[in-house]
Ligand binder design. Structure first.
Ligand code: NAD
Ligand code: DAU
Length: 340
């Protein structure tokens, strides 16, 4: 029986991780800490809340006093830090909150982990810390040795956090691991991100805003496979190590949008090419050899199945995302896409 403190558990990947862990380790106590920003949603955690060994704290990870109180009370064995500002476009509009949560919040979580003692502090990072790859070099992949080179305020804040995590390991001996995953998709993803945004817009017969020419490549992984990898790393990963996570599933944005149109029976005429994202990374591609070799991790869900499951989930759970895309999301959408 372990006690795992999970930050950002009301968001997309954190919530999927909570459900994964409740299923695989029903005897573990899971302690979720989330400040419920625009991206956090309590309705996502409804089923998790029904379990006795689950507890939720609405707390900002930058709030040192409150975080120390939670550690004092709960004495977690393992910390998994998902909490972050995660959307690149928002970071271009307003970098400050990204630096606060993603860097300072990580520092507070690690200070608490040092003060109260944990067997593992795991930092959930991203492949975006490696910058991007050219489209004409399909032989190149991000390995754990690829130098850190960032493009957006979001990726810079995640990279800064990673460096801080490595510094806490070397300087204070904090037992850390870091994972850097490629683009996730699946249930409960906030509809500002490519796949759920295109599903929601297509269902409403609204324009499908593809940035630039839609030729940028992302390396897609079904969210449950990311959760499985983190479960393996926190139990069997080597302290001080970085693990890349990805399933060798590179796709052009435009092809993803066309798959969604086809699956929903919508016309490709809805596709609208809009002004490109500033500093837009061209291609991400993870080499997952290390986690496969050392921990035996392999993804279970192929993209062809995962995308159909995901589309079906959004069809079956309309109230979840329809509630999100009303209200303040409409102001966000108008601001970001209004005159693009
Ligand atoms: P998300 O935006 O869906 O969820 C983030 C969660 O963190 C929300 O519940 C939010 O309320 C919470 N949060 C934000 N600021 C907080 C704060 N100051 N204190 C407490 N809680 C706070 O994000 P996601 O897509 O689930 O990403 C989770 C993590 O995985 C992030 O660290 C992200 O960098 C990383 N990641 C994401 C992807 C992806 O494709 N989505 C891929 C690789 C890595
Ligand atoms: O690679 C991992 C990263 O993946 C994570 O660290 C981030 O938290 C996560 O948001 C994601 O970043 P991206 O910028 O790749 O994801 P996003 O869904 O915003 O965009 C995916 C691609 O689709 C990207 O090339 C931009 C493009 N796009 C996105 C949106 C929202 C469009 O063409 N139109 C859109 O409306």
């Amino acid at each position: 029986m372990k006690k795992i403190l999970i930050t950002g558990g009301a968001g997309f990947i954190g919530a999927n991780f909570i459900y994964y862990m409740q299923d695989r380790h029903p005897d573990y106590r899971l302690i979720c800490v989330d400040s419920l920003t625009y991206a956090g949603n309590m309705s996502t955690l409804e089923k998790a809340m029904a379990k006795d060994n689950f507890v939720f704290y609405r707390t900002d990870i930058c709030d040192r006093q409150a975080i120390y109180e939670i550690f004092e009370k709960e004495q977690p064995d393992i910390v998994v830090n998902f909490a972050a500002e995660s959307h690149v476009d928002r970071s271009i509009e307003n970098p400050e909150v990204f630096l606060d949560t993603n860097i300072k919040g990580t520092m507070v979580m690690m200070d608490a982990a040092r003060k109260y003692g944990v067997e593992r502090y795991h930092q959930v990072s991203t492949d975006e810390v490696y910058g991007d790859l050219p489209l004409d070099r399909p032989d190149l992949f991000f390995t754990e040795e690829t130098p850190i080179t960032t493009s957006s305020p979001y990726s810079s804040s995640k990279a800064a956090a990673d460096l801080l995590v490595q510094a806490y390991h070397r300087t204070y001996g904090l037992p850390v691991t870091i994972s850097r995953c490629s683009n996730n998709y699946g249930p409960y993803q906030f509809p500002e991100k490519l796949i759920p945004l295109m599903i929601a817009n297509a269902l409403a017969e609204k324009p499908l805003p593809v940035y630039g020419e839609g030729l940028n490549v992302r390396d897609w992984l079904y969210v449950e496979d990311h959760c499985k990898a983190i479960d393996m790393i926190i139990h069997d990963g080597v302290v001080g190590e970085v693990y890349n996570i990805g399933g060798h599933n590179e796709m052009k944005n435009i092809d993803i949008v066309k798959i969604i149109c086809k699956a929903l029976g919508k016309s490709e005429d809805l596709i609208t090419y809009v002004t490109d994202r500033k500093g837009h990374d061209m291609r991400y591609a993870i080499d997952p050899e290390k986690i496969h070799r050392e921990l035996g991790w392999l993804p279970d869900t192929m993209f062809a199945d995962g995308i159909q499951k995901t589309i079906q989930w959004y069809l079956d759970n309309r109230p979840w995302w329809e509630q999100i895309i009303s209200g303040e999301y409409m102001d966000y959408y108008e601001k970001m896409y209004g005159d693009r």
